[in-house]
Design a protein around this ligand. Structure first.
Ligand SMILES: [Fe+2]
Length: 136
């Protein structure tokens, strides 16, 4: 179970709130996998994770558009890659199921990606917004 830390906050309430939710959904998915809760339950939690991810990314991209975020195209690409990875994962689980080992590996990959992305890329959105607010 990966816990949210205050240092992950980017300073934009709505986005921070969604990031916390995203981590919760990730944890739920891994919990279902590691407890071997059955394919149906695992697929269901992954579906929630996928839908929430897509919704969150689109909210974040909308915000970036609003503030004329300079690295929007790059950022969008990173989001698209992650969604692609989640879709591939969904396909793999459908055809091959999940093993404990693949769960551990997956857990690392997805959470590393998310926390890394928040800390490196999303923090820039927070900074950009703060600069703009100061300019007004
Ligand atoms: Fe992002």
């Amino acid at each position: 179970m990966i816990e949210w830390k205050d240092s992950y906050n980017i300073g934009v309430e709505k986005i921070d709130c969604q990031h916390r939710q995203l981590l919760t959904k990730l944890n739920e998915f891994f919990d279902a996998c590691s407890k071997q809760q059955g394919k149906e339950k695992i697929e269901e939690t992954l579906k929630f994770l996928k839908e929430y991810t897509i919704e969150h990314f689109s909210n974040e991209e909308q915000l970036m558009e609003e503030i004329d975020f300079p690295e929007l195209a790059e950022h969008r690409k990173t989001h698209a890659n992650f969604v692609k990875a989640v879709l591939e994962l969904e396909e793999t689980i459908k055809t091959k199921g999940v093993s404990v080992l693949s769960t551990i590996k997956l857990n690392r990959t997805l959470t590393d990606w998310l926390l890394n992305h928040i800390n490196k890329c999303d923090k820039l959105i927070g900074e950009c917004m703060a600069t703009r607010e100061r300019a007004v």
